[in-house]
Design a protein around this ligand. Structure first.
Ligand SMILES: *Cc1c(COP(=O)(O)O)cnc(C)c1O
Length: 461
């Protein structure tokens, strides 16, 4: 599209402003109330409670203003109170909040499905179903693949994250905290899930191309499962929770080609990477991969709970009427929000904005990595668009063992928070800082956040 992008409008002052020690008294009071009634299994990374959020800032109940480099885990790409989302939600709730699409349908659901058919890769005939969460989308993609193929096996990858429901816990690679801890396990997990190695360029023992890494996985699948038994392979084109791992070039296309040849459904889990996050509508596009089914959620609806799967019509329509659905799936308010959010992504050209963020951040961080040198704690700067990460290693090991440095990672995130910058960590080894700013963040605010991050990294080095 060549429409001239307009500029984001901010309601709150886009400034970092920490008024002394925090949590302040109001946050402390809420924390005390929470401790008595909220289950301990739900942990929060930040000790303050939110009063308002807009653009690139989150303001707490004591008036502190933080820079948001997390977007509520890649959700509020258009900001947490985007005017188009707010207006669409207001207009919808004044008419009806719910009827259940399976009982009495409405236009918003159809309009979202039309948009998904237009925006997802490939010009084949497509069908969509809407749900509430990313995990639910993944579960349903697997359901469709099993019915469509008449097979049961599902292949997932090392370092994968697909959610916290029973099937998706099984698909997720990392045990603690998602599946178990020394205190116990959430299992038993669903059967017929198989795991194969990912392409993780920074941690390969020897130089290996994307095509070779794909062959390593394919050989394992064919040897241990048999391609003819595989319903689907599911993969995040850029892995999220696992550490913002960008596979070597050629890895995804080779897997997709093999899947096509064997009649295996290729599911791209774009729950985190989709909707402009990586500088494209979907991360699969960077290598021209056309998934058979694509799962979407986080960025889709400006913060309202909505998820979707979009797939080839012949696969999706293989499922019997009544086989897919859910009470709240495709809620009309969430659909209205999605249409508003997508409108903002188009009007502000947030794909271009994500690329500009990539340029600004990688220039800064690559320079810093160069200064800290081969033996510094920055092992790698990677990612695409506004899905960027720093992997930290123990000093002196960068060029050799690449020993993960979870301590420094934690210290850096804590220092950033202290200075008023909210950043998230991730990674199988807990040694990755991930940057997921709202795509509407201003250059100035982002530069301020990077100053804080750079100082924290230097202090931890
Ligand atoms: C977050 C995430 C999920 C799970 O989404 P929920 O909405 O938390 O259920 C699934 N896949 C990927 C890639 C994710 O990042």
């Amino acid at each position: 599209m060549t429409t001239q992008a307009t500029q984001p409008q901010y309601r709150l002052e886009q400034k970092r402003n920490i008024r002394g020690e925090f949590p302040g008294p109001k946050s402390a009071e809420l924390a005390a109330r929470r401790a008595k009634v909220v289950a301990g299994g739900v942990a929060s990374g930040v000790p303050v409670y939110v009063a308002d959020a807009d653009g690139g800032v989150i303001v707490d109940v004591d008036g502190n203003s933080f820079i948001d480099l997390g977007s509520g885990i890649a959700v509020t790409s258009v900001g947490a109170s985007d005017p188009a989302v707010v207006d669409a939600v207001k207009a919808q709730v004044e008419h009806f909040t719910h009827t259940c699409f399976m009982v009495s349908p409405y236009e918003g659901y159809v309009a979202v499905a039309e948009k998904l058919a237009e925006l997802t890769p490939g010009d084949h005939e497509k069908r969509s179903v809407l749900f509430n969460s990313g995990a639910e989308a993944v579960e349903n993609a697997v359901k469709v693949a099993r019915i469509a193929t008449g097979r049961t096996a599902v292949v997932a990858f090392d370092h994968a994250y697909h959610g916290r429901t029973n099937l998706t816990m099984g698909l997720t690679a990392k045990a603690n905290p998602y599946k178990s801890s020394p205190a116990g396990s959430f299992g038993p997990f669903a059967p017929e899930i198989y795991r194969v190695p990912m392409s993780y360029p920074f941690r390969e023992e020897a130089e290996i191309t994307g095509a070779q890494a794909a062959q390593r996985a394919i050989t394992m699948i064919e040897k241990q499962i048999g391609g003819e038994n595989v319903a689907a392979i599911i993969i995040e084109p850029i892995q999220g929770e696992g550490g913002f791992i960008v596979p070597a070039e050629g890895f995804l296309p080779a897997l997709a080609d093999w899947a096509k040849e064997k009649g295996v459904v290729f599911i791209a889990d774009e729950v985190q990477a989709g909707f402009c996050r990586t500088g494209a509508w979907f991360a699969s596009e960077h290598e021209g991969v056309i998934p058979d089914i694509i799962t979407m959620a986080k960025g889709i609806a400006g913060g309202m709970p909505l998820s979707a799967i979009t797939g080839r019509a012949e696969l999706m329509d293989a499922v019997h009427a009544g086989g897919l659905g859910g009470t709240y799936g495709g809620n009309p308010v969430a659909c209205a929000a999605a249409l508003g959010a997508i409108q903002t992504m188009e009007e502000l050209d947030l794909n271009a904005r994500a690329k500009a963020i990539e340029a600004q951040v990688t220039e800064r961080l690559s320079k810093l990595a160069g200064e800290l040198g081969e033996t510094g704690i920055i092992g790698e700067v990677r990612g695409r668009g506004a899905m960027l990460a720093l992997e930290f290693v123990k000093p002196g090991t960068a060029a050799t063992t690449k020993e993960p440095n979870a301590e420094a990672t934690k210290a850096i995130a804590a220092q950033c928070l202290k200075e008023g910058v909210i950043i998230l960590t991730c990674g199988t080894y807990g040694n990755v800082v991930r940057l997921l700013p709202p795509l509407v963040i201003s250059d100035e605010l982002l530069a301020d956040a990077l100053d804080v991050l750079e100082a924290a990294i230097r202090a931890a080095s």
